[in-house]
Design a protein around this ligand. Structure first.
Ligand SMILES: Nc1ncnc2c1ncn2[C@@H]1O[C@H](COP(=O)(O)OP(=O)(O)O)[C@@H](O)[C@H]1O
Ligand SMILES: [Mg+2]
Ligand SMILES: [Zn+2]
Length: 506
């Protein structure tokens, strides 16, 4: 019996898979245990073809392939290489010690070439944890595979090259050496911030622009409300350009998810900008939160370490929004399955936009709202639901006068605001909790360091507007961010007043 290591991806988590091959002296046939039937048929024909095309013998006896753990629904294709190697080792084409400590990830083509598979980074991280010393991956995956720490990763173009390496012939190059000298720009990713839409494209809307800056500086959730055509979508799409670049560990986390979801080209570099996801309001619960079988990450996870933009917020399915509230608080999506609960990371910054009513005219001067009372109430209930309750900043966006819309560019460009945001974030880092949106309740008073006058102002607002304690704490966090943007040690009443101006809930 021969055992070879590979890995599959469930959700965004790599899971080591043991490929066991037994060859018995019965009539030639192949049995596979532990894969869905359709996937088995496909992979066996690919593997047969690849072995033949590489000029290697397929065992002329009964081959039983067992994939463990058996209860795990596997994607299949990424296991091809490991199954082929196990069959070849079982058939005597490889000495057993050639596969010791080695793991194999990759899909085979009929001609023996190795195809890039999604999820290679998550797979490698799992294999390292399981004790693999060397991993062999398709050359097409080298760019991302080289980032797997603590493991020797080698990249192969085809099955024949893998066999040569295992038999002590020509060594496979390491994934890192294959990509040597490549910069982020070469790989067509990262760094090109100038390509992002700029804040100065937007005329007027000073309050909304300032709210974007505060949201970026403190990682606060932001809801923009206002009539159609006032630039809400335009504004929201400019948030990512204001955010700091991701740290190395955050980049890897975000990239692992995108890789597992298969949403980026295999040869693409790991971007250093935070992800930005803008799902349509017709998105299903699985599309938004993740799910399916095998489990796939949803938009909430694809936005991990970045921004989730929900345009036309009240149009989203109500239950989806309810679930999203929990995700927003916990930073993770939990999916229960027979074989355990799977966690998909989902720590994102939420930005949302909404019209004031279904027809969009409610509350704007000179326009008649065509919604009846019941419809209006229903719409506004959705806008004051539990999710909105957890959004720190709620800002109205009004119509921009024609003269401003056609006037000169106003307000600072994104690059200038990003500088200010970076300085405010650096202050938060020193304080030990970043961003401010995540300041812990227990230490809030000490960390916010509000002056007595600031607390008195907040107290009066709480009474007059009947604000909940939760909203009051949110306002303190926002005020702290405003003080950080100004470089103030204490939080003043000016900061609280500005925070209050950015919490416009009907
Ligand atoms: N403040 C603004 N500055 C510049 N263009 C604007 C502004 N507001 C709206 N526009 C123009 O109107 C279009 C619609 O804006 P959009 O962001 O989609 O509005 P909303 O999401 O509020 O309905 C934009 O593509 C842009 O051309
Ligand atoms: Mg819009
Ligand atoms: Zn209306």
């Amino acid at each position: 019996m021969t055992r070879v290591w590979s890995a599959a991806v469930v959700g965004v988590t790599g899971v080591p898979v043991e490929v066991e091959v037994r060859i018995s002296s019965q009539l030639p046939c192949v049995d596979v245990v532990g894969l869905p039937e359709a996937a088995v048929r496909e992979s066996i024909s690919r593997i047969r073809g690849a072995i033949a095309a590489s000029g290697l013998p397929f065992p002329d006896r009964r081959v039983t392939v067992n994939l463990a753990p058996a209860d795990l629904r596997k994607n299949g294709a990424g296991l091809d290489l490991a199954i082929a190697i196990a069959i070849l080792a079982g058939g005597g084409s490889l000495p057993p010690e050639a596969v010791d400590g080695r793991a194999f990830v990759g899909e085979l083509a009929l001609d023996g070439r190795l195809r890039a598979t999604r999820g290679v980074l998550a797979s490698l991280l799992a294999l390292r944890a399981a004790g693999a010393r060397e991993a062999i991956v398709p050359a097409g995956c080298a760019e991302r595979a080289r980032h797997a720490p603590g493991l020797e990763v080698r990249a192969a173009p085809d099955l024949a090259a893998v066999m040569a390496h295992l038999l002590g012939g020509e060594r496979l190059p390491s994934a890192a050496s294959l990509c040597e000298g490549r910069t982020l720009e070469d790989a067509g990713g990262a760094g090109d911030e100038d390509g992002l839409p700029c804040l100065s494209d937007i005329r007027g809307q000073p309050l909304a622009k300032r709210a974007l800056e505060v949201a970026a500086a403190g990682g606060h959730g932001l809801l923009l409300t206002g009539p159609p055509g006032t630039g809400k979508t335009l504004l929201a799409r400019r948030l990512p350009a204001l955010l700091p670049s991701l740290r190395e560990d955050e980049r890897l986390e975000a990239f692992c998810i995108a890789d597992a979801a298969g949403i980026i080209a295999p040869e693409a570099a790991i971007p250093d900008r935070p992800p930005f996801r803008a799902p349509h309001h017709t998105a299903s619960a699985a599309g938004l939160l993740g799910g399916g079988n095998p489990i796939r990450p949803g938009e909430a996870s694809l936005a991990h370490r970045g921004v989730l933009f929900l345009d036309e917020l009240p149009e989203f399915d109500r239950r989806c929004l309810e679930s999203l509230r929990e995700v927003l608080e916990q930073g993770v999506v939990r999916i229960a399955r027979a074989n355990g609960t799977w966690e998909l990371p989902a720590r994102f910054q939420l930005i949302a936009a909404a019209n004031p009513c279904a027809c969009g005219a409610y509350g704007s001067p000179g326009r008649d709202c065509r919604c009846d009372d019941a419809a209006l109430a229903r719409y506004q209930r959705r806008l004051s639901g539990p999710l909105v309750d957890r959004i720190d900043l709620v800002v109205g966006v009004g119509e921009v006068p024609w003269s401003v819309l056609n006037g000169p560019v106003d307000g600072p460009p994104s690059a200038v605001v990003r500088e200010r945001v970076a300085r405010a974030r650096a202050i938060q880092q020193v304080r030990g909790f970043a961003p401010n949106a995540a300041l812990p309740d227990a230490r809030l008073d000490a960390l916010v360091a509000a002056e007595p006058a600031a607390l008195a102002l907040l107290g009066r607002a709480v009474e007059r507007l009947h604000l909940s304690a939760r909203v009051a704490r949110r306002l303190l966090r926002v005020a702290r961010t405003i003080a950080d943007l100004a470089g103030r040690a204490g939080t003043t009443s000016t900061d609280v007043a500005e925070a209050l101006s950015m919490r416009q809930v009907r």
